[in-house]
Design a protein around this ligand. Structure first.
Ligand code: CDP
Ligand code: CDP
Length: 204
């Protein structure tokens, strides 16, 4: 039996952190769909054509080094506006979502476009300042040469592009449970997410 948990939200809201913890809790597989767009973005920065790169993507490409940089994040959000790129990535995500053991996918359009029938949907968000500060600390700890102002500008630019694109814009699904992590610790955010999924599991 498959059970799909869709987790969407803006940049650095804590989607990945929550998704990993929820997947571990339920023993489900986890796919960070942002890595698909980041891998395509990285290929485009290296000179490839976006749709060609998306069609050629293999699961192993998601483990490539250097996908977490701000430059690749911006390239990802640019290629993500291309309907041809998005279309090329749909089948892989839907197949992952139907794994018999259960799956958690996090991204921007999982509950709205990729898995509209997901058994549980969460929309994880936080204020732009909170998200930028978290991402700044994360990048600085990794030794990236970043400033707070640049990270905030990156987050705001990507949110704007992600929310206003014509194809699969970022927005909460009408049946998503909203989790604002601005004033939550990681532990509290994870507990809220698990409780929301448990409530849905009781209904299925
Ligand atoms: O996947 P997404 O970009 O939404 O965010 P993330 O990579 O899971 O989280 C961004 C940063 O915020 C990480 O360093 C987390 O440890 C931190 N964080 C969080 O996720 N949730 C909180 N309630 C507090 C901090
Ligand atoms: O970790 P963070 O939230 O900063 O970004 P990400 O989840 O790795 O996504 C990078 C970019 O890929 C986003 O800004 C979106 O433009 C795009 N993306 C998307 O369009 N659809 C998804 N399902 C996942 C990511």
């Amino acid at each position: 039996m498959s059970f799909t948990i869709a987790i969407d939200g803006p940049a650095a809201a804590g989607k990945g952190t929550v998704a990993r913890a929820v997947a571990a809790h339920f023993g489900f597989a986890h796919l960070d769909t942002g890595l698909l767009y980041r891998a395509v973005g990285a290929r485009v920065l290296a000179g490839a054509e976006a749709v060609v790169a998306a069609r050629a993507l293999r699961p192993g490409d998601l483990e490539a080094d250097g996908l977490r940089t701000p430059q690749v994040a911006q390239a990802a959000s640019r290629v993500a506006t291309d309907p041809g790129v998005r279309a090329a990535l749909v089948a892989f995500q839907r197949q992952f979502a139907r794994r018999p053991g259960g799956a958690v996918l996090d991204g921007r359009d999982i509950g709205t476009v990729i898995c509209p029938g997901a058994e549980a949907k969460l929309y994880v968000t936080a204020s732009a300042e909170t998200r930028a500060e978290r991402r700044f600390l994360e990048l600085r700890d990794k030794g990236e040469d970043v400033t707070r102002a640049a990270v905030l500008a990156d987050v705001i630019a990507r949110d704007e592009r992600d929310m206003t694109r014509a194809d699969a814009p970022l927005k909460p699904a009408s049946d998503a449970v909203m989790i604002d992590t601005s004033d939550l610790s990681i532990d509290e955010a994870v507990r809220a997410a698990i409780a929301a999924v448990e409530a849905r599991r009781g209904l299925t």
